[in-house]
Structures are given as C-alpha cells and as structure tokens.
Ligand binder design. Structure first.
Ligand code: ADP
Ligand code: MG
Ligand code: MG
Length: 211
C-alpha cells in the first residue's frame, strides 16, 4: 500500500518518541568517541519538530512534512548531525516532490536522496565510521527489495534491518570523519552514535508503515 501523509507524520512522531527513549544511550555512545551530545542534539531537534506537525494542512504532502523536519533540524540540532540530517530530509523532500502517495520506487528515491545529501555535505565514505555506514547499507537493501517486488513496508523493513546491522558494524572501525577521527585506534570497539540514531529513525519509518 502506497504511503501518504499519515505515514509520514507517524514516522516523524515515532522518530521523536524513539530518540527521546534512546537519548541517554546516544549520549553514552557519543561520550565514548565524541563530545557526548548526540542524544541531546537529536532529542532537542525532534522535540521541536513534533508539535510543528499540527500546523500542516490536511492536504499537505509527505514532501511538505519532510521539509518541515529539515528546516527544524537545521535550526535546532547543531553540531555535525544537524546540518547532515537536515540536508538528508531536505533532499528527501525534494526527491518525493509533491506526490501525495509514495510507492516503492518513491520510497527508494527518498532514502537514496537522503543518503546522497549526507555524502554531499559530509564527504564520508562507507567504512569511515559515520552515519553513512548505516545509511548506505539501508539504501542498498531498499534498492534490492524494491527490485525483488517488495511492498513499501517490506522495503522499509529491509532498510531498517540493514541500518541496524550497519551501525553494529561500525564498532571495529577507526573513524575518518567527525570528532571520532581525532581518536585514531581508540575509537575501535565503540559504535558510531550517528549510525545508531540513523538505525532508530529508519526503524521508526518501518514501524509506521506496519501500523
Ligand atoms: P558533533 O560531533 O558536532 O558533536 P553529533 O554528536 O550530534 O555532532 O553527531 C555526531 C555524528 O555525526 C557522528 O556519530 C557521525 O555519525 C556523524 N558525522 C560526523 N561527521 C560526519 C561526516 N563528515 N559525514 C557523515 N556523518 C558524520
Ligand atoms: Mg557530539
Ligand atoms: Mg557537539
């Protein structure tokens, strides 16, 4: 079943809930290899987004909601993650355009544009121990699922599963971007916070599509 405004709003609200729930965990991850603010930054951003959803018209599109997330995250999250996630949602909004409903191809386009936006902005490659290590496997899994004829919710479930595995797979890596790159080999053994928050956001997208 194609995904419309109600899925998009549910995704964003579930994102706010899971980020609030995992705030301390994300702080703890960032304390190990960064400056300990990732959970606080993300929670501040999503808690600012959720009440703003009420001002959207009933005939707003998924792209309108994604644009609202983008502008709010850019102005409230700060740090490295604010501009990166902000760009992701902005590029995702542009990719879905004014379509009222998103089919599987549009879901893939949304995820691909989000990932490409982060790469454009942050220049990270897979293996640099950043959020890209969750986003890129998620995009690859979504592309493969869509090519195999999966439904929108199956595509998102595949993406979320791959993002979660990608976040775990950052643990043995040395970081080449962001604050963790200052630590050299001392970053080994720690999961990247932005990859973990990405996994939570994509799980929220998948959960909203099941609901
Ligand atoms: P800051 O490092 O400024 O305190 P956050 O703690 O909110 O910002 O976010 C840190 C996360 O940002 C990292 O865990 C990593 O996933 C991500 N990140 C940092 N630099 C980059 C980059 N150049 N490209 C992609 N992601 C990055
Ligand atoms: Mg930080
Ligand atoms: Mg910081």
């Amino acid at each position: 079943m194609a995904l419309g405004l109600s899925w998009t709003l549910d995704w964003i609200r579930r994102s706010g809930a899971v980020i609030a729930d995992k705030r301390v965990e994300l702080i703890t991850l960032d304390r190990a290899i960064g400056d300990g603010d990732h959970g606080e930054n993300m929670d501040r951003g999503f808690q600012a987004v959720v009440p703003k959803l009420d001002v959207l018209d009933d005939d707003a599109t998924p792209g309108d909601a994604l644009k609202l997330v983008a502008t709010t995250l850019i102005s409230t999250v700060g740090g490295a993650a604010g501009p990166l996630f902000g760009t992701a949602y902005l590029k995702a909004a542009i990719a879905v355009g004014s379509a009222p409903e998103l089919d599987g191809a549009a879901v893939v386009a949304l995820l691909t544009a989000a990932r490409d936006g982060i790469v454009l902005r942050g220049k990270a490659e897979v293996g640099d121990k950043t959020m890209i290590d969750a986003w890129t496997p998620a995009v690859d899994a979504a592309v493969a699922a869509e090519a195999a004829g999966a439904s929108e919710s199956e595509i998102l479930a595949a993406a979320a599963e791959a993002a979660a595995a990608g976040a775990v797979a950052t643990e043995p890596l040395v970081a080449h971007k962001g604050r963790a790159s200052y630590l050299g080999e001392r970053a080994i053994g720690h999961r990247d916070p932005g990859a973990q928050s990405t996994a939570y956001l994509l799980q929220a997208a998948a959960d909203a599509a099941q609901a």
